[in-house]
Design a binder for this molecule. Structure first.
Ligand code: GDP
Length: 172
């Protein structure tokens, strides 16, 4: 039997290839989708977590390859209480795009949507081009939570989702 106190819809946004579907799969299935797993199309997933003795079902929606701004419809944002705003720490273009993703989320999402900046691929330290300090200062300026993750090793993936849920709970 499944029962929960809250249901939170999360959406995962950001440029193509930053690791959005891998962040979803790592959280729901604890596995990494490498390039050979073309058969796995990840669009949707759910996992139940426990915070402050409350059971919360996190329902995650991935853009599933429709990252072009115009193709993400309002219905995708509807009801979302949080958005994971993902960039790749080895790709500056994906970091530069963040401002547009933030505007889009604030335009189409709920007014009080919780945004968490997720710097993914932090297992690739030697290829890093976005420092933690630069991202932290961007997060501070834009009122975002911030974390760095690796969908490959699993580093901080649970924390990205759970810290977001805690922030939402603190507003309820
Ligand atoms: P999406 O287009 O944003 O959904 O990106 P994907 O999840 O399909 O990942 C794009 C590519 O990056 C794939 O080749 C993944 O294997 C790779 N990738 C995703 N996350 C990580 C990570 O944390 N570390 C490394 N090294 N590669 C990753």
């Amino acid at each position: 039997m499944s029962s929960y106190s809250y249901l939170f819809k999360y959406i995962i946004i950001g440029d193509s290839a930053v690791g959005k579907s891998c962040l979803l799969l790592q959280f729901t299935d604890r596995r990494f989708k490498n390039d050979h797993d073309l058969t796995i199309g990840v669009e949707f997933g759910a996992r139940t977590v426990s915070i402050n003795d409350k059971t919360i079902k996190l329902q995650m929606w991935d853009t599933a390859g429709q990252e072009s701004f115009r193709s993400i419809t309002r219905s995708y944002y509807r009801g979302a209480v949080a958005a994971l705003l993902v960039y790749d720490i080895t790709n500056r273009d994906s970091f530069v795009s963040l401002s547009r993703w933030i505007s889009e989320a604030r335009a189409h999402g709920n007014k009080d949507i919780t945004l968490i900046l997720v710097g993914n691929k932090n297992d690739l330290e030697e290829q890093r081009v976005i420092s933690t300090e630069e991202a932290q200062s961007f997060a501070d300026q834009n009122n975002l939570l911030f974390i760095e993750t690796s969908a490959k090793t699993g580093n901080n993936v649970d924390a990205a989702y759970i810290n977001t849920a805690k922030a939402i709970m603190s507003k309820i």
